[in-house]
Design a protein around this ligand. Structure first.
Ligand code: UDP
Length: 328
């Protein structure tokens, strides 16, 4: 039985990965410090014999007894309001956390896959973004704590690969959505759906002409799984190339939720990328992967999920007091 460590296990992607590896018959060790993750996402796994959970912060030394075959490093805040609230933790988990996990992978002779992001392309000057584009990132802007940590994460991973011969994989994840996203994480999909469910106007940042390309979570997990099982060490984009403006997307949400919400315009946050669309030629060629779920279908399922949450979730504040974490 393969033994797999998944960091960020209580988060959105981490919890779906736990499900996938359990389904594949693996022994799964989930790890999370629960700053942005939620145990509700994995509570259905606690009764299983082939799942265990460590409440641990990977920026501290990581110890896991026994053999490990795979490590998937998915611990990180991943939404712009999280980076603003916990900037230092965001930098540390991408940089120090990755270093600890690479060390663990080396010790255990395990294959390690790290979760990078389309944010390494910053506000891109090349469209769509292919893996050979080096990016346009502000080191000192509000997103810098995430973007630069992820860029460092890629560099140190390649260094362990080249210097120590470690078996590494790097996925560049583009905007992904689906059940278990945090309703209050500030990202556009939960934000719009939450607003529609509360009967509030939808807030479009900027003029709404910025684009994003949304990938349904099942497609994303399949792409990550195939990459882990491949023998390819360089970064691979996984995302859905179906691009849409935020303005058109707001219209789609109004139709989907069957509400008569209006849209209101708010200032565009600093360094908000104006366009984003993955070039997935590499994933197609190397992994024989491409998305299967249309936005219409994926959004229908996601809306049902948010609608099924207890109504107090709709009014939960985005964050507890993080002042202690910021000091660490
Ligand atoms: N956005 C918006 N209204 C919101 C939340 C987000 O118009 O209430 C915009 C945001 O400015 C960005 C896009 O939607 O241009 C996607 O934002 P998200 O935070 O989901 O992801 P990211 O910017 O990291 O791709």
């Amino acid at each position: 039985m393969k033994r797999v460590l998944i960091t960020g296990a209580a988060g959105f992607l981490g919890s779906h990965l736990c499900d996938r590896f359990i389904k594949e018959g693996c022994y799964v060790i989930g790890m999370d410090n629960l700053i942005t993750g939620d145990l509700k996402n994995i509570e259905h796994l606690f009764k299983l014999e082939n799942f265990e959970f460590y409440h641990h912060d990977v920026t501290k030394f990581v110890h896991v007894p026994g053999q490990l075959d795979y490590i998937l490093h998915f611990a990180s805040p991943a939404s712009p309001i999280d980076y603003l609230k916990i900037p230092i933790q965001t930098l540390k988990v991408g940089a120090l956390g990755t270093h600890n996990l690479l060390g663990l992978a080396k010790e255990k002779n395990a294959r390690i896959l790290i979760a990078s992001t389309s944010e390494v392309y910053g506000d891109p000057l090349v469209h769509p973004q292919s893996e050979d584009y080096y990016g346009n990132v502000s080191t000192i802007g509000p997103r810098g704590v995430y973007d630069e940590a992820k860029r460092f994460m890629e560099s140190i991973t390649m260094a362990y690969h080249r210097f120590h011969g470690l078996d590494t994989r790097i996925v560049r994840i583009f905007n992904t959505y689906g059940p278990r996203m945090r309703l209050n994480d500030g990202r556009v999909i939960p934000a719009f759906i939450g607003q529609a469910l509360r009967g509030e106007n939808l807030t479009i940042f900027g003029d709404g002409m910025q684009t994003r390309s949304f990938c349904y979570v099942d497609d994303q997990i399949e792409g990550i799984y195939r990459l882990l099982m491949s023998d390819y060490h360089l970064p691979v984009n996984i995302g859905n190339p179906d691009e849409i403006t935020i303005k058109d997307f707001a219209e789609e949400i109004i139709n989907l939720t069957n509400t008569d919400q209006k849209v209101v315009y708010k200032p565009l946050p600093q360094d908000d990328p104006l366009q984003r669309q993955p070039d997935i030629s590499k994933a197609k060629e190397i992994l024989d992967w491409e998305p299967q779920v249309s936005r219409q279908e994926g959004m229908r399922v996601t809306y049902q999920y948010f609608k099924s949450l207890p109504s107090e979730e709709l009014y939960k504040k985005a964050h507890k007091d993080f002042s202690n974490h910021n000091k660490k």
